[in-house]
Design a protein around this ligand. Sequence first.
Ligand SMILES: [Zn+2]
Ligand SMILES: [Zn+2]
Length: 139
Amino acid sequence: MKCPVCRNLMIVVEHDKIEVDHCVHCGGTWFDAGELELFLETKELEDPHLYPAYFTTAPEAKTSEKKRKCPICGKKMRKVNIGEKPKVLIDACPKGDGLWFDGGEVDQLISQLAEKPAQTADSHGHVMGFIGKVFKSRK
Ligand SMILES: [Zn+2]
Ligand SMILES: [Zn+2]
């Protein structure tokens, strides 16, 4: 699969039996809808705001960030805020194929997680923590 930002081929990274596609050039990560659901199920998280279907209807965030195209269907992705603290702006496929996290966004996330090592109890925190771990395991 090609990176929606820099067009380089992404590599598959496995963590906790969940596979994500990672671009080593720009540091972004693609979270496939199926993988995201699997992750939520294994963690027994039932927050509907985390299921891929939610992101197809979630309110779009106001931003000047450039729109990216979904690496699966090629449609322009929607900008959606995820999480409370830290809040991260992600790109979501309008058809629910998956979610894209920019490299910079993940770095932001990791530094915030590092400041607060205590596990956040909410389900957004679980997803953020997982993505943070995927990236830590890469370094
Ligand atoms: Zn890239
Ligand atoms: Zn798509």
